[in-house]
Design a binder for this molecule. Structure first.
Ligand SMILES: Cc1ncc(COP(=O)(O)O)c(C=O)c1O
Length: 423
């Protein structure tokens, strides 16, 4: 691409139709602003990789090449190395899920798994059910295949089963291709699906014959409360996605899928077409890293760090944010969700926030239909506590400017305020 901002596109009109349904990721778009040293990033869900000791990671990478170079530097099987799949078996057993290496396919992060699942399941017009709001990377991955994504609202206990049931009744048996859910510390909502709702979700999935895709990147990052078993522990038919991105490093691009064998067989074909096989070097490095015991201490330290940052964000919101705002209180993970008065447009707020040196992700990025315009996702995983407090203070200033106008309307006796009068 040239340096000019307006690029003449000679291929206009030749792109595949599926590109029309695809949007650029709001988080990626914010990457440049969020990377400026003067800007406090509350936008991206970037793990604090500086807490992974460089020498431990370097040691694992060194051993991968020094002792397993013949394999680490070579192509490998599309399903991934059996040694790493054995490591995953052990990791999953600790969360209450029993699987075998042959039940697992390694992917380039959970993100590739989402894309491959879209590829094998979705035709244009198919219905997918997801939480509303939901992970924008899933919206991006699925939307390439042209489905209609229907969102089910959440409350503080996760996806509402009464609303899900009503949606399933409307659609009828087999009326959706799958139900996509992030039960633990949901991205972007920050809420966790309660145990009784997990059981109900499995019952409904069986009753309506619609498979569940469980995306679980944050399950091991719990700050408080007891562990809740994954959906996969309740039903072997659940398609479960895991990742090393949050428990080791996203730079490895390593995730996995465990699913019934017919699904894995299709997934493997799709994976072969996508990249032949995953990075053997990354896989052997992960085997070396998880082969030792140091990673447990590192993960404990990381979780403590995120908990401190969550606390800092909640305290700052309490102190600085206006009474009209509401937010979730996550028990783990990276994110919380803020809801503002209906008439506020968080895109407009974002432009002002970036000027004041703070970023967040506007809420509509997490819906397929541009709902959520008065909401924002805040990430507490990345900035230091003092920066979080300063970032929230700056955001509160932006909000305050907007709200003053609103309050003036109310004081003047206006019954309602139209969005366009304030933005
Ligand atoms: C819910 C969810 N699923 C999947 C992913 C993708 O993770 P990975 O780095 O494993 O591709 C993320 C990353 O933030 C996520 O939040």
């Amino acid at each position: 691409m040239g340096s000019s901002r307006v690029v003449f596109d000679r291929l206009q009109g030749r792109y595949a139709q599926r590109m029309e349904g695809m949007r650029s990721s709001a988080v990626r778009d914010l990457f440049a602003a969020a990377s400026r040293p003067d800007v406090i990033s509350l936008s991206g869900g970037m793990p604090e990789v500086s807490r992974v000791p460089a020498h431990t990671a370097a040691d694992a990478a060194f051993r991968a090449v020094a002792h397993h170079g013949g394999q680490a530097l070579q192509y490998g099987g599309s399903e991934g190395r059996v040694e790493l799949r054995q490591t995953i078996v052990e990791l999953m057993a600790e969360t209450g899920v029993r699987v075998r290496p042959e039940d697992i396919v390694i992917t380039a992060g959970a993100q590739q798994a989402l894309d491959l699942l879209g590829k094998i399941f979705l035709d244009p017009g198919d219905v997918v059910i997801a939480e509303g709001p939901t992970y924008l990377g899933a919206l991006q991955a699925f939307s390439a295949y042209g489905p209609e994504i229907r969102c089910v609202d959440m409350d503080e206990c996760g996806m509402r089963m009464d609303l899900l049931e009503a949606e399933l009744k409307r659609l009828g048996r087999g009326g959706a291709k799958f139900i996509y859910t992030i039960p633990n510390f949901q991205n972007p909502g920050g809420v966790t699906l309660a145990p009784e709702r997990r059981r109900r979700l499995i019952e409904l999935s069986r009753e309506y014959d619609i498979p569940v895709i469980e995306d679980d990147p944050y399950g091991r990052l719990r700050f408080e409360g007891g562990h809740i078993k994954p959906l996969r522990a309740l039903d072997d038919d659940v398609i479960y996605l895991g990742t090393f991105s949050k428990i080791f490093a996203p730079g490895l691009r390593l995730g996995w899928v465990t699913a019934p064998h017919p699904v894995l067989a299709k997934l493997l074909i799709a994976k072969q077409a996508a990249d032949l096989c995953g990075s053997a070097f990354a896989q052997v490095t992960a085997e070396q890293y998880f082969g030792g015991s140091r990673w447990r201490k590192v993960l404990q330290g990381l979780t403590r760090t995120y908990a401190e940052r969550r606390d800092a964000m909640l305290a700052a919101l309490e102190q600085h944010f206006p009474p009209e705002a509401r937010w979730t209180c996550p028990e783990g993970g990276f994110f919380l969700w803020v809801e503002l008065p209906e008439f506020l447009d968080t895109h407009v707020l974002l432009a002002e926030a970036v000027e004041r040196g703070v970023t967040f992700v506007p809420g509509d990025a997490f819906y397929p239909d541009r709902r959520g315009g008065n909401c924002m996702r805040l990430a507490f995983c990345y900035a230091e506590p003092e920066r979080i407090e300063e970032g929230i203070r700056r955001l509160a200033e932006v909000l305050e400017d907007r709200l003053e106008l609103y309050r003036a309307f109310i004081a003047a006796g206006a019954l309602s305020v139209k969005k366009e009068e304030v933005v």
